[in-house]
Design a protein around this ligand. Structure first.
Ligand code: GLN
Length: 548
């Protein structure tokens, strides 16, 4: 039998950025997976940072972490959630990492005196990354080129995929161009011209798109579709509409209705008319769209103006909510405004649960500590994630264990009581990029704890991204005062989960459970907080009825 050939699908973007190319790629991945194919997805980012780990969430949204410890673009989170498959370092390639490899080789003398150039050296490196991501021979590799066609920095990537079509052989590569049809209210029309120009730009680089996916706020009339087909050389049936929808999880279903996957299969010369199995996915979408109840949960952080900074946390809450028939209404609480306890109280007065997510640096820390205190004292379900755990430990140390001035050495290097401190391995680290405790680590759960109940397992694996840890010198005293260390590293040296037993739900993890929640497998710790918030909601309603 001949070796299976991987088919490559390239996704480019036109007209504007933030079109949701990632969701389109992820949705197509889902539709192919639902037909039983193996799929991997890769993101190419044309910026010079070696990875997004050093970039501020204000600029680039969340940094998503894979099992193998890569700090990646947030689109990888969407990919994993849609195709329900773990990805890794090879699935995110930046221009910086491409140049770094080529320049390292040049310094080593590998080019034997040759002139090192964009074509072929940079483009070859890009093509090698594609092959690396496809080394396990998946049926499909979907590769998204970040940025917008026409950007100077994207050119080497477009040139590489243009060449790759020839390298991969006839019928093994297609191009999907995701574009925007802006709606002009004065004309009452969706305009196709920017998309025509963007396809022209692509064609001038030598790439003819096979399929157009058109983002729009309104249904696209037939006349506009026909016009696009005529001007862009894309067959009419391959001009696909992608309208704004209530939930991103509905996108695969909307694209399936327009036969996107069939168009892809046909153009890649695969004969397959089997129906996809989307039953569970449809149930999830129905649950998201028709919730039985709404529960308000606070997310308290410093990047609250940019919800992309916490996208995996938001999605994880939604996954658990969908599984429980509950819509999660998120209340964004700016932690830096809560440095006054009364303000924290005010912000949290109407929420049924609180999440304190990850973060770096001192800004907003005292506010977060107040938020933890209010949740602890008022029995409000609480979930702390990474920095959220560290704040919970500081709060407990100060206000329950009476450890004066307790703090993390990250925020106060000279603190008399560093209950959270730098790990030994981190002490001499100077480079900022890729040097934290990163990726998947084993954690052992203690008996008779909320953690054990939620996971229903003894050993778990979760993803990390941090430098600081609970300081072992304080473990005993904190434990004596009632803090439970319910998840511990296999060598007992690192605290991974803490909890409080006499509370509606008070749990925090040093890892980031949000990176492993999927619509089809909501994460047990998020199920825990949503369930507790729901119960809390019921109880408060009961109390209100009784007192009226
Ligand atoms: N700043 C903290 C640390 O480095 C927490 C990091 C995080 O929340 N991801 O340990």
């Amino acid at each position: 039998m001949s070796k299976k050939i991987t088919k490559y699908i390239f996704v480019t973007g036109g007209v504007v950025s933030s079109l949701g190319k990632g969701i389109v790629g992820a949705s197509l991945g889902k539709l192919l997976r639902a037909r039983g194919y193996s799929v991997t997805i890769q993101k190419f980012d044309p910026y010079i940072n070696v990875d997004p780990g050093t970039m501020s969430p204000f600029q680039h949204g969340e940094v998503f972490v894979t099992d193998d410890g890569a700090e990646t673009d947030l689109d990888l989170g969407h990919y994993e959630r849609f195709i329900n498959t773990n990805l890794g370092r090879v699935n995110n390639v930046t221009a910086g990492s491409v140049y770094l490899n080529v320049i390292t080789r040049e310094r080593r003398g590998d080019y034997l005196g040759g002139t090192v150039q964009t074509i072929p050296h940079i483009t070859d490196e890009i093509k090698n990354r594609l092959k690396e991501a496809a080394k396990d021979n998946p049926d499909f590799l979907i590769a998204e080129i970040g940025g917008t066609v026409g950007d100077i920095e994207g050119l080497p990537f477009l040139e590489a995929i243009r060449q790759f079509k020839i390298d991969a052989g006839f019928g093994n590569v297609i191009f999907i161009h995701v574009t925007l049809l802006p709606y002009l209210s004065t004309a009452g029309e969706l305009k196709t011209k920017p998309s025509q120009h963007s396809v022209n730009t692509l064609r001038s680089i030598g790439i003819q798109p096979d399929i157009l996916v058109c983002r729009s706020s309104k249904p696209i009339p037939k006349t506009e579709r026909d016009k696009l087909a005529l001007f862009t050389n894309v067959p009419k049936e391959a001009v696909i509409e992608s309208k704004d929808l209530q939930t991103i999880y509905e996108v695969p279903l909307a694209l399936e209705k327009q036969k996107l996957a069939q168009q892809v299969l046909k153009r890649l010369q695969i004969e397959d008319t089997a129906e996809p199995n989307l039953d569970q996915w449809k149930e999830i979408v129905a649950a998201v769209k028709n919730p039985e109840r709404t529960v308000k949960i606070a997310i308290a952080g410093k990047y609250t103006k940019l919800s992309d900074a916490y996208i995996s946390v938001v999605e994880s809450l939604k996954h658990a909510g969908a599984a429980l028939g509950t819509k999660i209404e998120i209340k964004w609480v700016p932690s830096d405004e809560c440095t006054d306890f009364e303000k924290a109280k005010e912000y949290l007065s109407d929420v049924k649960g609180v999440v304190v997510p990850g973060g770096f640096g001192i800004r907003g820390i005292e506010g977060k500590i107040n938020i933890v205190r209010y949740s602890r004292e008022n029995n409000i379900p609480f979930l702390g994630l990474c920095l959220g755990l560290q704040c919970a430990v500081i709060e407990f140390a100060r206000n329950v264990a009476g450890i004066e001035g307790a703090n993390s050495s990250e925020f106060e290097p000279e603190t008399p009581n560093p209950v959270v401190a730098l790990m030994n391995e981190q002490e001499n680290v100077e480079d900022m990029g890729g040097t934290m405790r990163l990726g998947s680590y084993e954690c052992h759960l203690q008996s008779n704890t909320i953690a054990k109940r939620q996971y229903n397992a003894g050993v778990i694996h979760e993803r990390h991204r941090h430098r600081y840890e609970v300081n072992n010198k304080y473990r005993q005293v904190l434990q004596e005062k009632g803090l439970v260390f319910s998840g511990i590293s296999p060598d007992y040296r690192l605290v991974e989960i803490i909890e409080l037993p006499d509370h509606s739900y008070f749990l925090a993890s040093q890892f980031h459970p949000e990176f492993k929640s999927r619509p089809e497998n909501p994460h047990p710790l998020f199920m825990g907080i949503v369930e507790a918030a729901q119960n809390h909601s019921d109880k408060t309603t009961e109390m209100a009825i009784k007192s009226s």
